[in-house]
Write a protein that binds this ligand. Structure first.
Ligand code: GCW
Length: 720
């Protein structure tokens, strides 16, 4: 029975009653509990499409906890009249109503939960937190229980945005069932720019997007702004994301035209009260393509004038515009090298135009022109290292975490720690281009933790990537972390329900690159699935192992590039792409009669030398190179003895097998949760896991059969 027909029975009984008065009453009485049950389950099921993300705010059922929360939060005072402060008010009032079942309207004085800034709130001003809040900056905040004031809880910041971040932190404590009666939390982001990069195209498609279409409806904007943009901004604010690059780095210059700037302005005004700035991916050839000029040469004064005029126009329409992201001289995008100029010339051209408005340039280092070096992964370092110090102050160089291209596992790109005078911004990929799209459950928090924790040794030990990115190693003036977004128009936002965890984790890691993947996964699990330890422990367990499992059945022991052409989903380890050698799987895998893997040691492409000592030596030596990076740096003989004592071929086979069996374990663990989570979300994940387990087998079989044509060794018993 659908909820509608059940409702009709209730709402319109008179007609029916006239004809069957007595019997109907009996039927109704007997069936009442059943109908009620159906109604409740239907209502419940209908709501569970994942659209609420981690902002569910379901009622707290644990009664002692509920009671203590109710005692702590007995009244609410949110002062200030800015848009952001209004958002704080409604957010808190509705969340507390849902979580605690309490209607707390905003009272001007004396609530037991007070939120605001010294400017907007006389109460907070009286607390004399000014110095402390100033040190925390506009996005930092304190959450403190005031003992002397009848245990009032204060959420205070220098700015309304900081107060909003503090509000979401406070709500997270409630959502994850933490104690709140004695708080002293002091928070500030470790990174200034925390930006989602959307690879969204003008036609609504998303490059490497697996969750539907773009959220920006260009046809309807600026007249109509979809409510989902508000939901998107709210979700981002709840995890501290403060910027969105709206369009693909393979960029269409049309986004810079006046018509589109007005559409973008409409998006910016929805994002603004949530603390999110909009940025655009700029097409370097725009002066020629939309400006009617004959050149886009960065050293041509008229080109500089064109950009200055364009940028001035942008700021007239969008006064708090963030700046540009640029992919130049890479994968057919034009750039300064088209005119014999350098990346610094190109970046500085735009930086100069943006500088008077406070805008910034995020210039990507994802370049790999074949004439620079025969090994693709040597190229970006070789191009950018000599330019260190040549960029204007408002330029950041944005580098992917690894030197290749968002593989399931890569060592950190040697650019981290190589640029001392130019801020290096980390680019992570939240969308799972090489990680099973929206079909595979792969939690990326562990990958990002591994990356950020890597020691670059660029200024002696403890020069971790995290500290480089935070500007602590080389004292960068601006800092940033970008993530290629995995959002789209799917009801659940990310295609796979566990893709939401990667969006969430991105925000948490961008705020604090030294975060713990486990803590983040636990937070997300509690908010998304529930606080029952019988749910939390197995789900966190599944998440924490998921990336290693994927690596095992896709790219074990440091393999890379084994993917099918263009789609990057299925395996095709022998693929040769006629367009470019370095788009071919065979180029990376390097399988031959002797063995497998890319020799990047001193006898090979010498990539190891792009790392600071002792890493260069460590990666260069076969016995010192971590096994997880072995095939990345070494060509390993099929019979080579491994740490386990097994010959390499057997080790390789067993890693693939391990991946397959771990994927199966993950599926079994999920099955055990049947009945413990709502049916709709349970089923959605179960369906995806089925695909994942089948895919894992395909990966193992296809790769091993291909490698076997070189190793000529038997497959372990029971394999194809
Ligand atoms: O990984 C490659 C992707 C391209 C992407 C490019 C990049 C946006 O396959 O789709 O283009 O990286 O990062 O620029």
């Amino acid at each position: 029975m659908s909820i509608n027909s059940a409702e009709k029975t209730f709402q319109n009984p008179t007609l029916v009653r006239a004809r069957h008065a007595l019997p109907l009453r009996n039927i109704f009485t007997n069936l009442f509990p059943f109908i009620l049950f159906l109604l409740l389950t239907c209502a419940n099921t209908q709501a569970e499409d994942g659209s609420r993300l981690w902002l569910r705010f379901d009622p707290i059922e644990n009664s002692p906890l509920l009671q203590s929360y109710r005692q702590t939060v007995t009244g609410l005072t949110v002062e200030g009249t800015s848009e952001t402060e209004k958002i704080i008010q409604t957010e808190l009032a509705s969340a507390l109503k849902n979580l605690l079942g309490q209607n707390l309207s905003n009272s001007p004085e004396g609530g037991k939960l007070i939120v605001g800034t010294p400017e907007s709130s006389a109460l907070i001003a009286r607390l004399k937190l000014d110095k402390e809040l100033k040190r925390l900056g506009p996005e930092g905040y304190v959450i403190r229980t005031l003992k002397e004031k009848n245990k009032t809880t204060v959420i205070a910041s220098q700015s309304p945005i900081g107060a909003l971040y503090g509000t979401f932190y406070f709500l997270r404590l409630l959502q994850t069932h933490q104690p709140i009666e004695d708080l002293n939390i002091v928070e500030k982001p470790k990174v200034k720019l925390r930006v989602l990069d959307h690879w969204d195209n003008l036609d609504g498609t998303i490059e490497r997007g697996y969750a539907g279409k773009t959220l920006w409806n260009w046809k309807e904007l600026p007249g109509k702004v979809d409510q989902r943009l508000k939901d998107y901004a709210r979700a981002n604010a709840s995890i501290g994301i403060n910027g969105s690059v709206l369009n693909n780095v393979n960029s269409n210059p049309i986004f810079l035209t006046e018509e589109y700037l007005h559409k973008i302005a409409a998006i910016a005004s929805v994002f603004r009260p949530y603390g999110i700035k909009v940025y655009l991916a700029a097409n370097f050839a725009a002066p020629k393509k939309i400006g009617g000029m004959t050149t886009s040469d960065p050293l041509d004064p008229q080109v500089a004038e064109w950009w200055k005029t364009k940028v001035d126009e942008i700021y007239k329409i969008i006064p708090d515009f963030g700046g540009f992201l640029v992919k130049a001289n890479s994968e057919n995008q034009s750039g300064p090298q088209d005119y014999g100029r350098t990346h610094a010339d190109g970046a500085n051209l735009l930086a100069k135009a943006l500088q008077p408005h406070g805008g910034i340039v995020m210039w990507r280092s994802f370049v790999y022109n074949a004439d620079v070096d025969p090994d693709r992964i040597n190229r970006a370092y070789k191009e950018f290292k000599p330019l260190d110090g040549k960029f204007l102050k408002n330029v950041l160089i944005q580098s992917k975490n690894g030197a290749l291209d968002f593989q399931p596992r890569e060592p950190f790109s040697p650019l981290f720690g190589a640029l001392r005078k130019t801020p290096l911004m980390a680019e992570l990929q939240v969308t799972q281009e090489y990680l099973g799209h929206s079909n595979h459950l792969v939690y990326l928090g562990t990958m990002w933790e591994e990356f950020f924790k890597s020691d670059t040794y660029s200024k002696g030990p403890y020069s971790t990537v995290a500290r480089v990115v935070e500007g602590k190693v080389f004292k960068y003036q601006i800092t940033g972390v970008a993530g290629v977004a995995n959002t789209g128009t799917d009801r659940n936002w990310t295609g796979h329900l566990f893709g939401q965890a990667n969006w969430y984790a991105f925000g948490r890691f961008a705020w604090n690159p030294e975060s713990s993947a486990k803590e983040v996964s636990e937070e997300w699990t509690r908010m998304t699935w529930g606080n029952d330890p019988q749910l939390v422990n197995p789900i966190v367990g599944m998440m924490m192992g998921s990336r290693e499992t994927y690596v095992n059945y896709v790219t074990p022991l440091g393999l890379s590039g084994v993917f099918e052409k263009d789609l990057h989903y299925a395996p095709d380890p022998g693929m040769v792409d006629p367009r470019r050698e370095d788009w071919s799987a065979a180029y990376y895998v390097r399988a031959d009669e002797k063995g497998l893997g890319f020799n990047r040691t001193l006898t090979g492409s010498r990539n190891v030398n792009q790392y600071h000592p002792p890493l260069n030596h460590r990666f260069n030596g076969f016995s010192t190179c971590p096994e997880k990076f072995l095939l990345w740096f070494h060509h390993v003989a099929w019979g080579q003895k491994m740490k386990s004592g097994k010959p390499f071929w057997e080790e390789l086979c067993s890693r693939y097998d391990q991946g397959v069996s771990e994927a199966g374990e993950c599926q079994k663990n999920w099955d055990l949760l049947k009945g413990k989570v709502d049916g709709e979300r349970f089923g959605a994940v179960a369906d995806k896991l089925k695909i994942q387990v089948e895919d894992a087998k395909k990966w193992r079989d296809k790769c091993l059969l291909y490698f076997q044509t070189f190793s000529h060794q038997p497959l372990p018993a029971g394999k194809p």
